[in-house]
Design a protein around this ligand. Structure first.
Ligand SMILES: [Ca+2]
Ligand SMILES: [Ca+2]
Ligand SMILES: [Ca+2]
Length: 224
């Protein structure tokens, strides 16, 4: 690159990140090192690790929004400045897999069994960006939605939260993106409740902190 006969001699980036008062000063180079691919090709680069050892204004993993920086170039005695903003986008979560039985047998008499259901969720904006995961349950044939059509919530809490007295999610590890819930299955003679038999269509949806939802994943389960 040339400007009025002078070639580019230095490039400095003042990095504001999310709008900090104190910038990080990053010199770009054309020496084929520190992330610059080719020596002397007029393209100036510098690869910076997104950690506090490298820069003050790190990009938070959950960040959605603008980051800004100023480019200062020198051509001989001429200098130029260019202020830039870049938008970081939210990406909706993805349900990688569902772990649930295809068939559940009700326990005999008045007994209660618990069945563990797990959904493995990934979000590009890192694990902490997943807000919730759950599923709706449609009883096929009568075609009625259970739980008033509300999602049955799953938890990524390591079973630390007491959902009801003496009732925990059954989640193994807190914060690993795997959400779980134990579903009580009541026998036919259970005095307080009994689980209906038939075919159920479960539709799983995850949501992130920007309230964007995943593609739904369906699972059919038969209760006998
Ligand atoms: Ca270069
Ligand atoms: Ca996201
Ligand atoms: Ca978990």
């Amino acid at each position: 690159m040339d400007f009025e006969g002078d070639s580019l001699s230095s490039v400095l980036v003042e990095w504001y990140g999310q709008g900090a008062a104190n910038t990080d000063s990053i010199w770009l180079n054309d020496n084929g090192k520190f992330g610059d691919i080719i020596y002397g090709d007029g393209l100036y680069s510098h690869k910076i690790f997104n950690d506090l050892d490298s820069i003050n204004n790190i990009i938070q993993p959950s960040l959605i929004g603008e980051v800004s920086y100023k480019i200062l170039g020198t051509y001989g005695v001429n200098k130029f400045e260019l202020f830039q903003t870049t938008y970081l986008q939210n990406i909706p979560p993805i349900i990688l897999s569902i772990t649930a039985p295809d068939t559940i047998h009700r326990p005999p008499g008045g007994e209660v069994d618990f069945v563990l259901i797990t959904a493995d969720i990934f979000d590009e904006n890192e694990g902490g960006d997943i807000l919730s995961c759950g599923f709706t349950s449609l009883h096929i044939e009568p075609d009625t939605l259970l739980n008033n059509g509300n999602q049955i919530l799953m938890y990524d809490d390591g079973s630390l939260v007491e959902i009801y007295p003496d009732y925990y999610s059954g989640d193994e590890i807190s914060g690993d993106g795997k959400f779980s819930i134990q579903i009580p299955i009541f026998g036919p003679d259970n005095p307080s409740n009994q689980t209906k038999t038939g075919t159920f269509l479960w539709k799983f949806i995850a949501r992130d902190n920007s309230f964007e939802i995943s593609e739904p994943v369906e699972h059919t389960i038969v209760v006998e």
